[in-house]
Design a protein around this ligand. Sequence first.
Ligand code: SAM
Length: 239
Amino acid sequence: MRIDVVTIFPEYLRPLELALVGRAAARDLVDIHTHDLRQWTHDIHRTVDDSPYGGGPGMVMRPEPWDGALREVCERDPSRRPRVVVPTPAGRPFTQSYAAELAAQDWLVFCCGRYEGIDGRVVDAWADDEISIGDYVLAGGEAATLVIVEAVTRLLPGVVGNAESLTDDSFAHGLLEGPVYTRPPVWEGRAVPEVLRSGDHAAIARWRRDEALLRTGRRRPELLERVDLSERDRSVLAR
Ligand code: SAM
């Protein structure tokens, strides 16, 4: 997958060179390019913003630099068109299934807004997706882009060593994952649940399912409405 990010703070995207995403890029599993929006300004101050029509506080990102950037970035390969993503608190909520939808694309372009956001005409002309990472307001689209790119990249084939860990993740089956433990078997007087040390794989799988159901029921009961629950699941939840 190719990912382009257009921003006025290219340095902000440096974490994409680290850890899981950085390793995926080093192995050519994802190809990430960051672009400074100010490259597409034509005045001495390299201005990207102006005051909002209709008045009010703050500034709005001007359309011309964005249009110049998107034409150049998106039209670099005339044989295909990327999916253009604009992070915004007014967007479609980002979820694990949305991450999987984006992971199936072969090219994503992220437009990082700042100030009061990007001129609405650019968004109308270019955006395929407007995505919110949660009901709060960040100072810019860069942190949202980092979140989306990391969630998408870990779903790309070969990025996570053991693909089974993806199927056990929270949300993979609509449930939160239950607690996890490692050595030592007893820490500060707290023992690891006996079943996890039993070697009985069927019993372990049942215990994990039960813990996932109970945790989801306690913390995010609304998620259960979309899960196909068996009779056994229902009896666990009724305990
Ligand atoms: N005035 C805008 C509003 O209320 O919708 C908020 C603008 S915010 C200060 C600047 C930029 O941060 C936005 O254009 C967007 O790119 C990004 N942003 C802020 N919160 C976000 C969120 N929850 N999800 C995705 N992007 C967000």
